[in-house]
Design a protein around this ligand. Structure first.
Ligand code: ADQ
Length: 496
């Protein structure tokens, strides 16, 4: 493909590995989270460099450096660590990134803490990342900055080099104008986006929001419509903008789901869970994932549809995340209280309705769970894409599962023809969707799942990276079918 001539230099807040200090020295394990899971196969495939924070306070010259270099040999790409102090982690990572941009970009203004110190720490860390990129890049590299923590990196790079090719991809949603306006540093953040050569958003919804903000706040920027990439001209700069729905390594998930090892795990797990229809939820602990709403909907379904009792079982896996941020600790307590209440109210001698696990599963076990799901439940309040929904479909090799999916997950645009779409704020609506999924016959389950799997097989992670790099280099084929914007269908019949 056209982009392969360029070495890829990926920059993200976290490196794709987690370092751990054990009695015998340092070890590494793969990181979790959507960004790492999506991009790791891309770099393994193409080679390149990954610049990021190793996830813990470290000093230069330690024995951990040899372990990172070892990781490079195993994975086939180079790892470049950016070290952060404990104060930077607090003010930049937990502060500006996760207590300002994360909630704001998910429309959750009430969760924001607009501390000025967080802003200065964010700028300092972005400058540090830019310095590391400048040190490790070659003139012909394609530098690809990932996600909301690092929006300002290109602006700092541009102070030293206009010539380097630098793209950006936003994994989370871009907020509507009225929400962005609340950010004290809205002008600086918006302008920082324009230091890139190509801006990638997950969905046309996010691209539209970004362009609306530009039109309102930076009218001197000229927006030139195009297909599939739009151009923004500001002074001497041209910035391309487009929607690139991120995919997964579909084939790898599917093959693992078919493996003898997963087959064995499925048999073992099935024995432990009994005959009820298995509803599966898998999420990082995060208030954007709609965990509370999901549990309320499950409770509502058990109340209103007694025939579901003893015949469904919700297996909810919650992966620990951002444990240093107080809101996440409060959310954990809330989720656990709800699980206790539901189990207290409905359990019988041989049946516990919610199986709740707060841990990180091994990949093999996660895939076994996806494969076994008769109902996959994704109820994000807002989500850039949501890879869990896609991974679950890739593992549904028997086509017997139904996906219940939030309208506000980016994935809804691609999966609308096969999923049962729900509004996560509508508790009764979600409970009704669970009942509809429970009742759905095998034939309908199969065609719906096959529709989704066909799209995900084609628009996988390698498709995504090719499409992005082609857009960066101006070589997207003219007949390319760009993703369309998704709006929920309203049932207005009775009012019209
Ligand atoms: P996340 O908010 O992390 O990603 P999501 O897309 O659902 O959300 O990805 C979660 C990832 O964690 C999945 O790849 C899943 O396999 C992995 N995971 C879940 N449980 C695990 C476990 N027990 N152990 C290890 N890994 C586990 C952000 C945005 C999303 C966007 C992605 C990618 O918030 O909207 O889809 O980036 O762009």
């Amino acid at each position: 493909m056209s982009g392969t001539a360029h070495r890829l230099l990926v920059v993200s807040n976290r490196l794709p590995i987690v370092l751990e200090k054990t009695a015998g020295g340092w070890t590494t394990k793969p990181g979790s989270g959507g960004l790492v899971n999506a991009l790791a196969p891309v770099l393994s495939h193409r080679g390149g460099v990954w610049v990021g924070w190793p996830g813990m306070p470290l000093e230069r010259g330690g024995s951990w450096e040899a372990v990172l270099a070892e990781g490079f040999r195993e994975r086939g790409y180079d790892l470049v660590p950016v070290l952060l102090s404990a104060q930077e982690v607090k003010d930049f990572y937990e502060g500006f990134a996760n207590a300002i941009l994360w909630p704001l970009f998910h429309d959750l203004l009430g969760q924001c803490n607009f501390q000025p110190a967080f802003w200065y720490a964010y700028l300092g860390v972005n400058e540090k990342f830019a310095a590391s990129v400048l040190r490790h890049s070659r003139p012909d590299d394609f530098i690809w900055i990932q996600d909301y923590q690092l929006i300002h990196v290109a602006e700092f790079i541009r102070r030293k080099s206009e010539a380097l090719r630098v793209g950006f991809f936003l994994h989370i949603p871009f907020p509507p104008l009225d929400i962005l306006l609340k950010l004290p540093w809205r002008g600086q953040i918006l302008k920082a986006f324009l230091a890139y050569d190509l801006l990638g958003f997950q969905t046309p919804r996010d691209t539209r929001n970004f362009l609306d903000c530009l039109r309102a706040l930076l009218p001197e920027a000229e927006i030139v419509d195009g297909h599939p990439v739009i151009e923004v001209h500001l002074g001497a700069r041209t910035v391309k903008v487009g929607s690139f729905p991120i995919g997964i390594d579909f084939q790898a998930y599917e093959e693992t789901a078919r493996s003898a090892e997963v087959e064995r795990r499925v048999i073992e797990l099935r024995g432990g869970l009994g005959p009820a229809q298995l509803i599966v939820g898998v999420d990082r602990l995060d208030y954007t994932k709609g965990l509370v709403e999901r549990l309320e909907a499950f409770r509502n379904a058990l109340q209103r549809y007694p025939e579901l009792r003893e015949r469904v079982l919700l297996f909810q896996l919650v992966v620990p995340s951002r444990e240093g941020v107080p809101e996440y600790q409060a959310l954990k307590a809330h989720v656990e209280r709800l699980v206790g209440e539901i189990n207290g109210e409905f359990s019988t001698a041989g049946w516990v309705p919610v199986h709740y696990h707060y841990k990180s599963l091994r990949r093999r076990d996660l895939i076994a769970l996806y494969r076994m799901a008769r109902i996959g439940l994704v109820t994000s309040i807002k989500d850039g894409m949501n890879l869990v929904a896609k991974e679950l479909c890739a593992c549904q090799i028997d086509g017997r599962g139904v996906l219940v999916l939030s309208e506000f997950a980016g994935a809804a645009a691609q999966l609308q023809s096969g999923a049962l779409l729900v509004n996560p704020h509508d508790i009764e609506g979600m409970a009704d969707a669970l009942k509809a999924a429970f009742d759905m016959g095998e034939e309908e389950r199969r065609w719906r799942m096959e529709e989704m799997r066909a799209i995900l097989r084609e628009q996988d992670i390698f498709w995504w990276v090719d499409y992005y790099l082609q857009a960066a280099l101006g070589t997207v084929p003219a007949d390319f079918r760009a993703p369309a914007e998704f709006f929920p269908a309203l049932e207005l019949g009775e009012y019209l």
